[in-house]
Design a protein around this ligand. Structure first.
Ligand SMILES: [Zn+2]
Length: 132
């Protein structure tokens, strides 16, 4: 079954490209995975591949999910995954991360606010977690 490729869009200049395109391959930088520790009826969990791209038009870093697969649970809790994400110091989109690890966006926001209180130099703005 052919699935429509996901489109990645730069928030700054509206440049967009499809996952799997040459532009995707040429501009993709970092990749990491996030797992929602909530198995489906077959015992598989959803693994989201997160990635950053270097916008070929304006140079801004674009972040987003590059696709999803099914796999086995990595053993990392939601909390560990969020902790690791913060350690990477890469800005991220709250909705995308909430979806990837399987938490409600309000809960993710609460967790992140605790991190900020504890001294993480970042802010939540327009649904994004931005490091300063
Ligand atoms: Zn751009």
């Amino acid at each position: 079954m052919a699935k429509k490729p996901k489109v990645i869009k730069c928030k700054k200049c509206d440049n967009s490209f499809e996952i799997g395109s040459d532009e995707d391959k040429e501009t993709r930088n970092k990749e990491w995975t996030m797992v929602a520790p909530m198995p489906d009826k077959d015992g598989n969990v959803t693994i989201t591949l997160m990635a950053t791209w270097h916008c070929s038009n304006c140079g801004k870093t674009i972040r987003g999910s590059a696709g999803k697969t099914k796999g086995e649970f990595s053993g990392k809790s939601k909390k560990q995954q969020i902790d690791e994400l913060i350690e990477m110091e890469e800005d991220f989109d709250l909705e995308e991360v909430a979806d990837a690890v399987g938490v409600k966006i309000e809960n993710l926001e609460k967790i992140l606010k605790v991190h900020i209180k504890k001294g993480v130099k970042a802010k939540i703005e327009d649904g994004e977690f931005i490091f300063s």
